[in-house]
Write a protein of this length. Structure first.
Length: 69
């Protein structure tokens, strides 16, 4: 089982991430967290583990759970 998968992001993926941030009324570095969520969606992941749940939870899509390890 692979531990790391590289996921290429398209221009549309960047737009989707920025839309997540805008829809949540967030700004700044949360955009990078949104890119992680879009990449996770593209890789068909169902969860993200992070020590920074505070940034992820407001932009969390319904099909991806976010929690601390």
């Amino acid at each position: 089982m692979a531990r790391v998968t590289v996921v290429d992001l398209t221009t549309a993926d960047y737009r989707e991430a920025l839309q997540l941030v805008a829809d949540a009324g967030r700004v700044s570095g949360v955009a990078y967290d949104a890119l992680h969520l879009v990449a996770a969606k593209n890789a068909e992941c169902d969860r993200i583990l992070t020590y920074n749940t505070r940034h992820f939870l407001p932009i969390q899509p319904e099909n991806i759970s976010v929690s601390a390890p």
